[in-house]
Ligand binder design. Sequence first.
Ligand SMILES: Cc1cc2nc3c(=O)[nH]c(=O)nc-3n(C[C@H](O)[C@H](O)[C@H](O)COP(=O)(O)OP(=O)(O)OC[C@H]3O[C@@H](n4cnc5c(N)ncnc54)[C@H](O)[C@@H]3O)c2cc1C
Length: 313
Amino acid sequence: MTDPTAAPAGGRGPAEVLRAPNPVDVSFEFFPPKTAEMEARLWETVERLAPLAPRFVSVTYGAGGTTRERTHATVARIRRETTLEPAAHLTCIGATRDEIDEVARQYWAAGIRHVVALRGDAPADSGPYVPYPGGYDFAADLVGGLKRVADFEITVAAYPETHPEASSAEADLDNLKRKIDAGAGRAITQFFFDPAVFFRFRDRARAAGIQLPIVPGILPVTNFAQVCKFAAACGAAVPDWLGAQFEGLDRDPETRRLVAATVAAEQVRALQAGGVREFHFYTLNRADLSFAICHILGVRPPAAAAADRGATP
Ligand SMILES: Cc1cc2nc3c(=O)[nH]c(=O)nc-3n(C[C@H](O)[C@H](O)[C@H](O)COP(=O)(O)OP(=O)(O)OC[C@H]3O[C@@H](n4cnc5c(N)ncnc54)[C@H](O)[C@@H]3O)c2cc1C
């Protein structure tokens, strides 16, 4: 497994040759659509982003395990109808070990080889998290269970600003280590806005002996109020400067999108300058901002890059 923060080593395989013009690797996260209209929008998004040759695309598992069928249907369709590598999110919520193992077996049978393994959260208003009777208690247990079902590639979550329920930042890092020891091969971070937060976390993780790729999760801000809600729920800090950027734009979506692209571009370029070579985008099933930020990072569809090279000024 390569370290996304290290310079590329020599000796490229066929997949790397296809991706060669792109200086960084990217992945995109989608949520399973609820309606036919949302499904059509998701497929437009998938088609727009596919030429960027992402390393994988992942599909979330609804809070409380509410989207089991839709998540399965979406990853299975990506597997059947595209050349993209799908990854299915799976949580410990509301199911026994046997039930979760069965879901994993169905994924394997459908050709899904990559799982993003998470604990998940208790359903809203149901109080603090309590493991489901007979279920997997925490993500590390789920990772171990999945590995017993089949040799999945497994990605887990990491928290640059510490998971809100962790007893300490050290305990949270120990937990990340347990997930790796159980078989995870990559961690994607919760979203954050200050690149320094990511670098400090990466340094602490490396000092604690964690060598696997830690991929920053990038949330392009389309709706500032919604982002504040997400951030409050997951313990991510929203810096004052970010609020100031979106002030007065509630009824001006056009300018908001331009500001959003600028903010995210500054964030990813700072991360890239700090050696980050792999990014995960929380797309919220919209292509435009993620596509633009990838373009800024130098990630282009091969045809567009070739056409530009051949174009006369
Ligand atoms: C990239 C990414 C994708 C996500 N996708 C989804 C999704 O699709 N669906 C969804 O519902 N949620 C998703 N989430 C949210 C996630 O489910 C929540 O953040 C959840 O609260 C924690 O999940 P985890 O896998 O990090 O849990 P864990 O790694 O199990 O950790 C949860 C908390 O428990 C603590 N802990 C772990 N083990 C123990 C132990 N043995 N004893 C005591 N404390 C312990 C940890 O320090 C931490 O505070 C995602 C988050 C990220 C970052």
